[in-house]
Design a protein around this ligand. Structure first.
Ligand SMILES: C[S@@+](CC[C@H](N)C(=O)[O-])C[C@H]1O[C@@H](n2cnc3c(N)ncnc32)[C@H](O)[C@@H]1O
Length: 283
């Protein structure tokens, strides 16, 4: 396929994400998706695409993958490359800016790391942590041309997350944010993470640090996602599933993320509480 045609296709794909996301705030999100070649971050084609049904592309033409579909990364582990419109929407909601410092949890093979790297630019920094050794090696290779990316193989719940982080974004579902993430988030910093039960279903939590460990909280979207290692606990997962089950399919209406356990006096305000943090609701 001629280079120019592929470039035009990638722009059309990115423009589609503007509507499908939607992306209404930060047009740089669209430009980042238009710039990064998705095929570079996938296993060699043909690929398995997950549309209404899962199907195999007839060949390895890169034109197949610049579309708003899930694509298998590792079928045995049920791992895929994520929904572009879903992540485009979420990146818009955390308003990434040039020069910002980001912790990415669960880099996979690096596609969204490269998008994040576009958004923060060369003056920014992405510490991307991946638990799967094979994928971490692939991501490191895929991202080697980007000096603002530091790829680490390990468990992000115990690795050093870095200091003065502007953004923490997790691509894998936990039941609590590790305390060391929250204490490293700068004032104005945003945490974006999937909170999910053992059935892989939950919601994307956005928490904004207002200083002195006070955080606004909002549930941005429903999510079904790969379960994390390290920042999940069985009891919390059951409690979370029960809390989500009481919502009748709606998203929780959250007010704030509180650090530490909930007091007896405030128990009634809690949507979900663990030993290390709790979420209060608006009503
Ligand atoms: C849904 S996949 C991310 C795929 C990625 N969006 C992509 O397109 O390549 C989630 C990833 O999180 C990783 N992961 C799970 N727990 C982790 C942890 N504690 N620290 C770092 N990575 C973790 C998994 O190994 C998996 O690769």
């Amino acid at each position: 396929m001629p280079r120019q045609t592929l470039k035009a296709l990638r722009r059309a794909y990115a423009e589609e994400l503007r509507i499908a996301g939607p992306v209404r705030g930060n047009p740089r999100v669209i430009d980042a998706f238009a710039k990064v070649p998705r095929e570079k971050f996938l296993p060699p084609g043909p690929w398995t695409l997950h549309g209404t049904v899962s199907w195999r592309t007839p060949d390895a033409n890169p034109a197949w993958v610049s579309h708003n579909v899930l694509i298998s990364l590792d079928a045995r582990k049920n791992l895929n490359n994520g929904s572009p419109s879903f992540w485009a929407y979420l990146f818009d909601q955390i308003n990434l800016k040039p020069g910002e410092h980001v912790l990415q949890v669960g880099a996979g093979s690096g596609y969204y790391t490269a998008i994040l790297a576009e958004l923060v630019g060369r003056r920014g920094h992405i510490r991307a942590i991946e638990y799967d050794k094979r994928l971490a090696g692939i991501a490191r290779e895929n991202l080697k041309a980007l000096p603002q990316v530091e790829l680490i193989y390990g468990d992000a719940s115990v690795c050093d997350p870095g200091h003065d982080l502007d953004v923490i974004v997790a691509f894998t579902g936990g039941t609590h944010p590790p305390s060391r993430w929250l204490t490293r988030l700068a004032s104005g910093g945003r945490l974006l993470m999937p909170l999910v039960g053992d059935d892989t279903h939950g919601f994307m939590l956005r928490a904004v640090h207002r200083g002195q460990q006070r955080f606004d909280a909002k549930a941005l979207a429903h999510v079904w996602i790969y379960l994390a290692k390290g920042f999940r606990e069985k009891g919390e997962a059951s409690e979370l599933k029960r809390a989500i089950g009481r919502l009748d399919g709606k998203l929780p209406s959250l007010r704030a993320l509180h650090v530490g356990p909930v007091s007896k006096a405030r128990r009634k305000e809690a949507f979900y509480a663990t030993r290390t943090f709790w979420l209060s609701r608006t009503r």
